[in-house]
Design a protein around this ligand. Structure first.
Ligand code: PHE
Length: 342
């Protein structure tokens, strides 16, 4: 085979190998096998010196043409392969912007807080404001100022959690806030006081040594028992539904006279009698009464001038009735399977 034919053969082989290269690596090895130090074309170029002077120009020219051609084919093929590789990379790394993002879990208010907020909203709507008092109280505010004598059973060590310090205890109800507010404010007074209360109770489905109450107090000129009943009726309807009725039963509290326990018609059976209301048709939701004249005069109010009513409701009890929770302890166990339902 003449050397020119050989060059032409290299040219053809080169082109084929280059076009057949399916990756940049294969293209590089094709380049090396033709143009590298030990490549086929390089070998021919190296042997030019062995040729006779009259052969050399033609062969040299052809060899150069072949080299240029192969180089140009390589660079064309390289561009193709590079753009194919880029296309594949873009396809592989494509980001699906329609996928929903990762949400961080958002917490929610505890059911007890929700109920307190609901109660608060209702009374704010009736013109009340929110008052607060300490959970660690003195016997004076918790009992004495509330007309509760020293021998009253609620004061016993069996019922009340006392601190080491004499006369200091965990408040057994939110009623001391009544006294604290009246001491600092002249009538008219319209407040509610949500907060914790503590009693020496062993936890069971309906008792907890810590629980929540919302206290209410209205003192003004000419406040009557009818105002108390009307207020509680508005509350019961907003809290439990427009069809609710309210019933007051005579009761006794040292700091109200007269006193009443207040029931709403059963939210399940509407008064017919069912398991929720143990067949009686009514659910007890709070204690209430007309503020005892002794309490009014104790804070410097004139019982001849003003009168008032007060009430205190158990928040857990309302939550349990409204959502049919059957164990008060569920509120304090921080079990999300329970809490997330509300
Ligand atoms: N403090 C009473 C209790 O805890 C409830 C109450 C409040 C009763 C205000 C009358 C007036 O049982």
């Amino acid at each position: 085979m003449s050397i020119l034919d050989k060059l032409e053969k290299i040219n053809k082989e080169g082109q084929k190998e280059i076009f057949d290269a399916s990756s940049l690596e294969e293209l590089e090895s094709a380049r090396v096998s033709f143009l590298g130090k030990k490549g086929k074309l390089t070998a021919v170029l190296k042997s030019l010196g062995d040729l006779s002077p009259n052969e050399r120009p033609a062969v040299g020219k052809k060899a150069n043409e072949v080299r240029q051609f192969i180089e140009s084919v390589i660079s064309k093929r390289r561009k193709e392969l590079e753009s194919e590789a880029l296309g594949r990379k873009l396809e592989e790394e494509v980001v699906d912007i329609t996928l929903p993002g990762k949400r961080s879990p958002v917490g929610k208010r505890h059911l007890i807080t929700q109920i307190i907020n609901e109660i608060t909203d209702i009374f704010i709507g009736l013109g009340y404001r929110v008052a607060k008092g300490p959970e660690v109280e003195t016997e004076y505010y918790n009992f004495d100022a509330l007309n509760t004598p020293a021998d009253h059973p609620a004061r016993s060590l069996m019922d009340t959690l006392y601190t080491q310090k004499d006369g200091v205890l965990l408040r057994t109800h939110t009623s001391p806030v009544q006294v604290r507010v009246m001491e600092k404010t002249l009538p008219p007074v319209y407040i509610i006081a949500p907060g914790r209360a503590y009693r020496r109770d062993v936890p069971d489905p309906t008792h907890s040594p810590m629980f929540h109450q919302v206290e209410g107090l209205a003192v003004d000129k000419n406040i009557t028992f009818g105002d108390l009943k009307g207020t509680l009726e508005v509350f019961a309807k907003q809290m439990f539904g427009a069809d609710r009725k309210v019933r007051l039963r005579p009761h006794f509290f040292p700091f109200t006279e007269p006193s009443a326990e207040v029931d709403v018609s059963c939210i399940m059976c509407d008064g017919k009698g069912c398991r929720v209301c143990s067949g009686v048709g009514w659910l007890e939701i709070l204690g209430a009464g007309m503020v005892d004249p002794n309490v009014l005069s104790g804070v410097g109010y004139d019982p001849e001038e003003v009168s008032g009513f007060a009430f205190g409701m158990g928040v857990e009890r309302i939550a349990m009735l409204k959502y049919r929770v059957n164990d008060i302890r569920l509120f304090y166990e921080n079990d999300l399977r329970f809490l997330e339902q509300f």
